[in-house]
Design a protein around this ligand. Structure first.
Ligand code: SF4
Ligand code: SF4
Length: 328
C-alpha cells in the first residue's frame, strides 16, 4: 500500500526561510510525545498522509510500548501522550498503553476516526476512553455527508454522527464536563482551510441543529502534499499548483508555534522523528537516526535542528497548520 513520494525540492523550504532572514528550525522544548502506534485502520481515506488502511500490519510491539511508558515516567516535562495511527484503538495494547500513561498522570489524546468506535470488536471502547479521561480528537472533514464520503468512503458520515452521539451521551464535548471532544476539519480538495473560527461556527450550527451534537473545538488542518494526497494531486495534474498555493501563502507568523518545535514523534518501529509528516516520509532528524531505545533523557533533543523539506510549506501556509489546528 505504501508508495513513493512525488518530487519535492528538499532545499526549497530552508532557502525560503534564509531569504527572509529566518533561522533554520530548531526544537525549543518537548511537551508532547506523539506516538504512531500502528498503521492499521478500518478506513482508507483519500487524504491519508500515512497510507493507512485495513491491510496495514505495521505496529509498535509490547516491548516498545513499555519503553514509551518508561520514557514518560523518566521525562516529567512531557505532559501529553498524543496517540495516532492508523486507528489507534485497533492496536491490541492500546488500553494497556492508555492505562499506563494515565497512571503516570499524563494527559492522553486519542486521534480517533469515530467509525472505529462502532466496530463489533471495539465494544466498550468509548466507555473505556471516558473512564480514563482520554481526550478525543476526532476527524470529520466536513459537516455534510457528501464531502465526508468523498474523502473517507460510503457510510462514514452516518457512522461518524452515530459515534459522536455516543460520545456526547457519555459527556464528551458537553459544557459542564471535563471530557474533551475536539473535531478536525481538513479541506476536501487542493485548497487552504477557511478561518478556523468561522468553520467552527458552521460545524456548531450544522451538527447541533441537524443531529444535536456538541463539541469543544474545531481544529483546521491543511492537507499535506505527501503520500496519498500527493498522488491524487499528481494524477489530477494539480501537484505543482497546490505547492504554489502553499508557497505563495507562506506566513512567517506560524514559525514559533510549528509543532515540530514542541514535540517528538515516535514511529511504529520506535524510530524518533521531528513530526508525524517527516515520519511518514521517513525523513530522520539531522544527524543520526535514533530510536526510543537510544535515548533516556529526551531533553537532549531540545535545541536540535529539525529536518525540513518542501512539505513544511503545508504547516506554514495561511493561518498555519498543526495537529492542534491553526497556528496564527
Ligand atoms: S481514518 Fe485517519 S489514519 Fe485512517 S485512513 Fe483515514 S486519515 Fe488515515
Ligand atoms: S512538516 Fe511541519 S511540523 Fe514537520 S518539520 Fe516541517 S514544519 Fe515542522
Amino acid at each position: 500500500m505504501s508508495s513513493t513520494q512525488p518530487r519535492l525540492d528538499p532545499m526549497h523550504f530552508d532557502d525560503h526561510l534564509k531569504n527572509r532572514g529566518i533561522s533554520r528550525l530548531r526544537r525549543v522544548g518537548i511537551d508532547t510525545l506523539q506516538l504512531n502506534i500502528g498503521l492499521q485502520c478500518n478506513l482508507a481515506c483519500h487524504h491519508c498522509h500515512v497510507d493507512s488502511g485495513p491491510k496495514r500490519k505495521e505496529r509498535l510491539d509490547r516491548r516498545a510500548i513499555g519503553r514509551v511508558l518508561e520514557l514518560l515516567e523518566s521525562n516529567p516535562a512531557i505532559e501529553t501522550l498524543d496517540i495516532t495511527g492508523g486507528a489507534p484503538e485497533m492496536h491490541p495494547d492500546f488500553r494497556f498503553l492508555v492505562r499506563g500513561a494515565r497512571a503516570l498522570d499524563r494527559r492522553v489524546i486519542d486521534r480517533c476516526n469515530l467509525t472505529i468506535l462502532l466496530e463489533p470488536d471495539q465494544r466498550g471502547m468509548a466507555d473505556f476512553l471516558a473512564d480514563q479521561r482520554v481526550e478525543i480528537v476526532a476527524s470529520l472533514p466536513c459537516h455534510g455527508l457528501e464531502n465526508v464520503e468523498r474523502q473517507r468512503g460510503r457510510g462514514v458520515f452516518d457512522g461518524s454522527i452515530r459515534a459522536l452521539q455516543i460520545l456526547n451521551g457519555l459527556g464528551y464535548g458537553k459544557p459542564d464536563s471535563d471530557l474533551v471532544l475536539d473535531l478536525v476539519y481538513n479541506p476536501v480538495g487542493p485548497f487552504l482551510p477557511a478561518s478556523q473560527a468561522s468553520l467552527e461556527a458552521d460545524y456548531r450550527k450544522e451538527l447541533g441543529w441537524g443531529f444535536g451534537i456538541v463539541f469543544n473545538r474545531l481544529l483546521t488542518i491543511t492537507n499535506m502534499p505527501i503520500k496519498r494526497f500527493a498522488h491524487e494531486l499528481e494524477r489530477e495534474g494539480q501537484f505543482e499548483t497546490y505547492m504554489g498555493l502553499l508557497i505563495d501563502n507562506f506566513n512567517a507568523d506560524n514559525i514559533p508555534d510549528l509543532m515540530c518545535r514542541h514535540l517528538i514523534s515516535v514511529a511504529h518501529d520506535g524510530a524518533i522523528y521531528d513530526c508525524d509528516f517527516n515520519q511518514a516520509l521517513e525523513i530522520s532528524p539531522p544527524g543520526e537516526r535514533r530510536t526510543i531505545f537510544d535515548v533516556d533523557d529526551l531533553s537532549a533533543l531540545v535545541q536540535k535542528r529539525i529536518a525540513t523539506s518542501a512539505h513544511c510549506f503545508g504547516c506554514t501556509s495561511g493561518t498555519g497548520s498543526s495537529c492542534n489546528g491553526a497556528l496564527s
